[in-house]
Design a binder for this molecule. Sequence first.
Ligand code: PEP
Ligand code: MG
Length: 939
Amino acid sequence: MAKKRVGKPVRAVAKTKTKTKSKAKAIVRRAVKRTARATKYIYFFGNGKADGERSMRDTLGGKGAGLAEMTNAGLPVPPGFTISTDVCSLYYAHKGRTPESVEAEIAVHVRKLEKAAGAVLGSTTNPLLVSVRSGSKFSMPGMMDTILNLGLNDVAVEGLKARTSNGRFAFDSYRRFVQMFGSVVLEIPKAVFEHEFDSVKRERGVSLDTDLDEQALRDVVSRYKRVVRSKTKRDFPQEPHEQLAMARDAVFRSWMNPRAQEYRRIYDIPDHIGTAVNVQMMVFGNTGGRSATGVGFTRNPATGAKEFYGEFLINAQGEDVVAGIRTPQPITELKKVMPKAYAQLRDITSRLERNYKDVQDFEFTVEDERLFMLQTRNGKRTGYAAVVIATDFVAERLITQKEAVLQVDPESLSQLLAPGFDPAEWKAIPVATKGLPASPGAASGQVVFTAEQAVKWSDAGTPVVLVRRETAPDDIHGMFVSQGILTATGGMTSHAAVVGRQMGKPSVVGASELEIDEDAKVCSMGGQAIREGDFVSFDGLTGEVKLAKVASKPSEILQVMTGELKAGKSDICRRFMLMLTWSDKYRRMGVRANADQPDQAELAYAFGARGIGLCRTEHMFFGEGRLPIVRRMILADTEVDRRAALAELLPLQREDFYGVFKAMHGEPVTIRMIDPPLHEFLPKREDLMVAVAKLEAKGATGAELEEKRVLLRRVEQLHEFNPMLGHRGVRLGITYPEITEMQTRAIIEAACQLTKEGGKVTPEIMIPLVGDVRELRDQKMIVDRVAKAVMKERGVRAKYLVGTMIEVPRGAMTADKIAAEAQFFSFGTNDLTQLTFGFSRDDIGKFLRVYQDKKILDRDPFATFDVEGVGPVVRAGVELGRRARPDIKLGVCGEHGGDAASIHFFESVGLNYVSCSPYRVPVARLAAAQAALAVKVGD
Ligand code: PEP
Ligand code: MG
């Protein structure tokens, strides 16, 4: 960013040839000044004024921008400075070194901070202590590192003791610092420190950390320092500026740790944006009973309810709450113990919510009854909460409908369609234990105790529930694949809760009766032992855990859609519909569904699909009793035999088409002619070979053996080395025109029948895999001939269109010629991606992960459209197609049609509609609205 801004003055200088020398000098001076401003790397905040502000998340990260904003708003924020994300890029560009010029800028800001704090780093009488915390543009809870109490050393700790007259507090802070620094910066395993800490507790006969006195904590510090010496072969660094530089670089390094990388992969966060580092004066929640630390949300992030929500711990420091080491108290209790701080906190946080027009996730510390704000950011929430909060905000006039549309992540709507348990069945099973309802949804699966096991079993198709004492960021891959997450410790803002909610994974946390022995792979719950592989189920909305396998039930919204539940009985369905109605006001593109059966079409219509964008007719061939007819058609040696089998299929296809047309209430229905290679309808070659060999071994001679031999011969004839590039799509219709004839007849007969009954329908007959206009011309002639004949026979005129899929790159590059014959195009981005990349869509799984790990691919191109490489192919298809036929209808029916990020691209090229699976229709409606709004403002 900085570099771009530098460019302007240089051009300005070049244009000033005719101007006087002094003017040119002035411009150069201004340029130099601007350059200096452009390369500002450190942003100060304190004493009511900040260099940055909330819109600077790219540069300051979310945390830095929030701290700047709160400082500017006059809120009680300890002073500090943010080292920008640009420095992180420099750190990596300089092979793990922060440039000296930046070091110098940091040194200036340390002095400024010392002045604002009225304390000096490393002072023996009045030491300044700071926190060093990561903070990227997108919050990545717990994924990167943090160091607290930095600045302490053997003399400063005595200074802290003298200043606060609290030796216990001083040494508690020091032992925390050595441990954090030791594990994060010096990379000594945490367990080594924990072992020492536990030994001291055991020797003193205490169980709580807070029971250790100053002397005991001095002992802990000495032991920790010995650990550092033995593990790193050097003493614990005593010089605070060196500590700061080492901590800063460790935070930069943590950007690339495996769990942060995994997190970014899951959430599509680019690697190149880097993290900022916030250095801030410490305030202390661990000075005694009048101090506390806590985290909270302005609304319930699990249910969206309008309630002040959060947790705190008395006499504790920052990370204790999130780490789940002690079970915190609900934030409402703070009202009783520190009423003044509580009232101030409520006031500040509601002001923040109004200011940001969004739920705030905040962190605070109370030091000797004085409140300090340490963070505010838009809170992560479940899909359920997102919809409740956005609709409440509109009702409260805090945001407009348009802002609500922009606020909700489209994926939230798909979370709302997740299943729950049948209430009667669930009630009948006794409750084994209860935990905190951290993330709603029904989870049922076999117990695993490690993330690795979760991945292994779920890869093998076993649904698993991950049971942990507490989860850590390292568990993220296991959490991702589990049906749900159950933990024994931690509160509603613990790692498992935060991440579970964000992933939309049902989660129950802090089920304190749960005793887990992760090594022995056993836990006990409600007095019963549970081993790895046993079934457990829980409800993430109530926190109830049960020892059984329980089938889940469709979501409330789905029940309304299918008519099982009255719409008026479901509050969430009302809100869901509101969101979609608002979305429809802003979207430009239509949303259709990919559906092959009448019931799917009905559901899609209920979800708001206005048209079918893809009806894969071959799916109808797999219907009950149809496969034998299809096989007869394929096995036929003569055209006469083939036509006889096709005649049997005709009424069945006609019936399906009629049902789909009816379900769509007159909206357009795109029907694609048969696409896959024919051998897909026959048994597998290897299976047939085994069956024949077995029968032969048994000495069988009858009809069964003969039938299997015939089948095997035909399968061998049809065998292809590259079926995806072989005899499929339009090539089938060209070699077997009678298939196209039968399918056209079925479509037009169904349309005539419905038209006769007074119904409305416009079938769009779609020819797949066209790469040359002559292929389309060949098929179109058949379609038109048969359609004409059928209409004549039936004495009915039915409107229909003929078009094609653009899914072969050659088709896109010759789209002008193809458009001369095609009334519409539907971009088949599955095949188009396959053929543009040359990646087999069925085999990419074997190497995709390696490609992603090696940063060759950021995303799976079959899930999220590849704008860079496949994008120009689609763009060419659109432009050439429109040039030849300006009113051509353009849509997309590949999987990308239901993916929010891809929809943005389709909006930008001006497609008329997207088509996706029925369940993705709500997501597509909202995403299309967001894309239209973004494209309008030039995003
Ligand atoms: C496509 O290729 O994008 C498409 C929709 O067709 P199919 O997935 O059936 O090949
Ligand atoms: Mg295709």
